[in-house]
Structures are given as C-alpha cells and as structure tokens.
Design a binder for this molecule. Structure first.
Ligand SMILES: C[S@@+](CC[C@H](N)C(=O)[O-])C[C@H]1O[C@@H](n2cnc3c(N)ncnc32)[C@H](O)[C@@H]1O
Length: 245
C-alpha cells in the first residue's frame, strides 16, 4: 500500500488532528465501549517516552502528517519529523507554516464531507521541521537526539534491521527511544526473511540490548476511521529504551 494516496492522507489527517466527535460522528455503536485514549494515539506514544523536563532535540521517524512531531515540540527545543511519503511531508509542512489544510472525512467510501486541520494549542510549530527521508537510510549529518520516536513504522520497513542498526548513533547516551508497533508484519512491506522469527519484542531486545536498556512495554490502543462503518481498532506494543552511556 502506498502512503502517497489522497485517501491515506485524508485518513491520517483525521486520525492525527480530528477531534473525537469528528472521528466518531455517525458511527453505529456506543463509543463508551472504546478503549480509553484510542483517539489520542499520536499523543500517547510521545507520553510513553516519560520525559519530565525540557530536552534539546527530538526525532520523529515515520512521522506521517506530523501530529506526534508537534506534540514533541511541547518539551523539545528542536524536532525533526521524517517520513518516506512526500505527500505526508508536504501537508505536515503546510500545517507547520500556519496552514489549515482541508481534507475529506468519509461516510461511505464514495461519500465524504470536508474538515480542516487545527493545530493543537500549546505546541510550537516554529521548533519543528519536516523532511522526506528513508528510516533505513537517514542522512549522515542528522546528528544525535535526546529522544527518538518511531510509531507504527517498524513493520512497514522492508529491512527493519537497517533502521535498528542506525539507532545507537541517533540516540545520545542517556537519551530515550520509543518504538511502537502493532507487529502487523506483511509480505507486501517486509519480505518474510527480514521479519522477526518470534515475538517482536524479543527481536527488539536481541537487536537493541547491546546499546539500550529496556525499560517497559505497554499496549497503546488506536482507532483509525476509514469511513462511518469501517474503523480499525488496534493496539501498538510500545516499548521504551534508554541509551547506555
Ligand atoms: C502506519 S504509518 C504510522 C504513522 C505515524 N507514526 C502514526 O503513528 O500515525 C507508517 C508511516 O511510516 C512511513 N514510512 C514507511 N516506510 C518508511 C521509510 N522507509 N522511511 C520513513 N518512513 C516510512 C509511511 O509513509 C507512514 O507515514
């Protein structure tokens, strides 16, 4: 599946920036049955870093349309958001520059209305920059970060090991790493030989524990509205790591 399509852009803008009542309008069930905070996923994965003070630099890799990057700007002096999709980066940049891009919310897949993005209060777009790039081959001069955040990216990579191997250079000693993944490994994204042989968390431990100390892992729920009758409810196993000194 390509992340360049207009429909994906619409789904992700609603997922990242839609108000709960906008996401849930018209759904045919009682929303009180939904798991708490499943509509705030781009915020909850940032909170999973458990950063309690101001930091200098944060990297949001696989940032999509940018909501977590803006959330990181609440406590980071500089935030870089990187995504492979040029269309996601273009719209993230439009939001960063004060634009309120219009997007479609679907009722049936052939029927939609239009909404506009609002940037959440208290975020600092002036601290954020977005760029197109490949998580498996990020530019050499990116430098090191106090926090690297990678949400729902890992199982979309053809060679996840290349991304994991780069992380020790990207996280400063004592810095934090958040990797959230629903572990939806699929051959259309990752060839079988590059997928974990067993549990994804064990695979992460095997590849990261030389350079990072594992802290904890929690299941964070998220809900993506495709249309009024099709809502994807998933959880993402979200692990926190600290770079060894
Ligand atoms: C499932 S989405 C998750 C987006 C966002 N982090 C979130 O949690 O909503 C996966 C994102 O990873 C991006 N992506 C896929 N392959 C990538 C790569 N090689 N490098 C950087 N980003 C990539 C996609 O364009 C998409 O925005």
């Amino acid at each position: 599946m390509s992340y360049e399509s207009d429909v994906l852009r619409d789904w992700y803008l609603l997922f990242h920036f839609g108000a709960p009542e906008e996401i849930l309008e018209g759904v045919g069930f009682d929303p009180s049955y939904l798991p708490p905070r499943c509509l705030e996923f781009p915020t909850t994965t940032v909170e999973a870093a458990r950063v309690s003070e101001r930091v200098e630099r944060a990297l949001d890799i696989g940032c999509a349309v940018g909501r977590s990057s803006f959330e990181l700007s609440r406590f980071a002096g500089e935030v870089i958001g990187i995504d492979f999709s040029q269309s996601f980066i273009d719209v993230a940049n439009e939001i960063r520059s004060g634009g309120r891009p219009e997007y479609r919310r679907y009722w049936e897949m052939h029927l939609s209305d239009s909404l506009r993005v609002s940037l959440p209060e208290g975020t600092h777009p002036d601290r954020v920059s977005f760029e197109q790039g490949d998580a498996m081959n990020v530019r050499e001069d990116l430098g090191a970060f106090d926090l690297v955040h990678a949400a729902n990216l890992l199982c979309r990579l053809p060679e996840p090991i290349q991304f994991l191997n780069r992380l020790p250079d990207l996280v400063r000693p004592g810095g934090r790493l958040v990797i959230a993944t629903p572990a939806t490994w699929m051959e259309e994204y990752t060839p079988k030989e590059n997928c974990p042989a067993g549990l994804t968390l064990e695979y992460l431990k095997e590849h990261l524990e030389g350079d990072f100390e594992f802290q904890e892992a929690n299941e964070l729920p998220f809900l993506i509205r495709e249309h009024q009758r099709k809502l994807q409810l998933s959880t993402s196993q979200t692990s926190l790591w600290v770079r060894r000194s």
